[in-house]
Structures are given as C-alpha cells and as structure tokens.
Write a protein that binds this ligand. Structure first.
Ligand code: ATR
Length: 272
C-alpha cells in the first residue's frame, strides 16, 4: 500500500485526508493519506522516509512551505517561481522533487472564473504562506497591478524581493485602497472559525469588485457575508483546496481525479 501524508503543524482541521482517500477508493488505488504533524527539527528525517520509500509523497502546509526547500534535490515549475513547495515526491531518477500545486488551485478556483483579467488590479491582504502562490497565479493571468498589504511590513517586504513588481500598501491604508481595485483577496487567517475577524467596515468599493477569501472554515465568513449583502461576487477557499489536491494526486499517481459538484458538496458537508 502506498503512503502519502500532509506535513505541517496544528493539522487537526485538515480535510485533505478525506479528499485524497475518497479518490483512492474511487480509483481503486491501494494507498492511504494521513496527517503528519511534525516539529521543525524532524522535517529532514521525514523527507528521508521518501528517499527510503517508506513514504510515497507529501503535501506540505504552513509553516513549512519554504522550510522544506533546503532538504530537496530539485524545486521545479511553480514551486521554483514562488519559493513555496506544497507537494513532494521522488522522481524516476530518485531525486527528491518539490512542486507547487497551490498556483493551479487558485487558477481553477478563481482565475478561470473571472470574466476578464485584462487591466485588472488586485489587492491581496496578508503575506503568509499562500501569498507568493496567489501573486504568481495573478501574474500568469496578466493581472499585474498587484497591491499587497500585511500587518507585519517586514513579511511583505520579503515577498517583494521575489516579486519586485508588487506595490506595498500599509495595513492602515487598506480601507482606502479597496475603493479602486477590481479584485480583493484575503490571504490572512482573519475570519477563520474560532479566530479573529477583520475590524474594518469595508465600503466604497466598485460594484464590479470580486472578493476571494482563502478561508473555507467557515464556508462563509462575516466579511464574505458583508460582500454578499452588497451584491459582490464572492468565492471561499474550498475549491482552491480541492484543486491543489487534484494536481498533487495527479503528480503522485498519474491519475487525474475528477472534481464534480457531488465532491464539492461532500467536502462542504465536512465543514462544521
Ligand atoms: P504565517 O504567517 O506563519 O505564514 P499564515 O497562516 O500563512 O502563517 O499567514 C497568516 C497571515 O494572516 C499573515 O499575513 C498574518 O499577518 P502577520 O504577518 O502580520 O502575522 C495574517 N494575520 C493573522 N492574524 C492577523 C490579525 N489579527 N491581523 C492582521 N493580520 C493577521
């Protein structure tokens, strides 16, 4: 039986095992996907288990998406572009490879659904683990007027070293900036169940604004509801999670698992 796992810290709420194990059952692949809660000092030895073939692949979540990089032999494609790895496997030459499927996840969950990306501007709130993937997905779609704001300035300055074209907006100025952007993306953890909420009362935004939130638990945050009440098109982070899993599943098993309405509904049902 093949073994896959999610490497991270504080993984209790992850729905990834249910998603992957659903596909393993559906496609009759003898494999299981589990959670691998790991302290930072153990990462190297966990990755060695892929070289030893005790493990067949790993997903990586915050806070380790760039911490794993020094332990890999190759960082390819979107992972190289973002310095953010969320999928690891051993290739046919026995090289430990780091790939990124979050960029693909956002492309499926948001970019493909936009009516237009030409001359569009985006404001990203947050500079955590997923922000480089969001910036790169927007850049690939030619949305290159990108503004990024983060409570801690240092972190967004770090991201600008890799993506020099982004414009930094101070955290105090987001209420103002939101008035002239086409796309607003929450890439912070604000709004997550049991956590803190935005204290801002966003107003004055364009009628055509599209709001994307990486949060999927709850499926509708207070801020999403605020935008829905103002007739703004809103997406939560669940589909990005599902589509990043789809690409990871393909990389590991060379089977492209189907994502359909029934699966999305089933995953929604897991979020309480
Ligand atoms: P990490 O910061 O370890 O990468 P993350 O979940 O990927 O973790 O990112 C959390 C994001 O939510 C960060 O942008 C964080 O801002 P800071 O860099 O200032 O910590 C943001 N965030 C979390 N709580 C916040 C709060 N109460 N107010 C504003 N931003 C918050």
């Amino acid at each position: 039986m093949k073994k896959f796992a999610l490497l991270g810290k504080s993984l209790t709420h992850s729905i990834s095992p249910t998603l992957h194990n659903h596909w393993y059952k559906k496609y009759k692949i003898s494999a299981e996907y589990s959670l691998l809660e790991t302290p930072e000092e153990k990462i190297k030895s966990v990755l060695e288990r892929i070289r030893n073939k005790e493990l067949d692949g790993l997903n990586v979540t915050i806070p380790y998406k760039n911490v794993v990089i020094p332990f890999l032999d190759e960082v390819i494609n979107d992972a190289e572009k973002t310095a953010s790895v969320n999928t690891i496997y051993l290739n046919e030459k026995n090289k430990l490879v780091g790939e990124n499927t979050d960029v693909f996840g956002l492309e499926c969950a948001l970019i493909k659904k936009l009516e237009s990306s030409k001359n569009q501007s985006a404001l990203i709130l947050g500079a955590g683990g997923v922000t480089p993937s969001i910036i790169y997905a927007l850049q690939k779609a030619n949305i290159n007027k990108i503004f990024v704001s983060n409570r801690t300035l240092k972190k967004v300055e770090e991201i600008k070293k890799k993506f020099s074209f982004i414009n930094i907006i101070s955290w105090e100025k987001i209420d103002e900036k939101i008035k002239d952007v086409d796309l607003l993306i929450n890439a912070t953890s604000l709004g997550t169940k049991g956590g803190e909420e935005f204290s801002n009362v966003f107003s004055g935004f364009k009628k055509s604004l599209v709001y994307y939130d990486v949060v999927y638990n709850p499926l509708q945050t207070k801020l999403m509801k605020h935008f829905i009440d103002n007739n703004i098109k809103v997406f939560n982070g669940l589909e990005m999670l599902i589509y990043q899993a789809q690409k990871a599943f393909y990389l590991w098993n060379k089977v492209n698992p189907e994502v359909d309405e029934a699966l999305i509904k089933e995953m929604q049902g897991l979020i309480k």
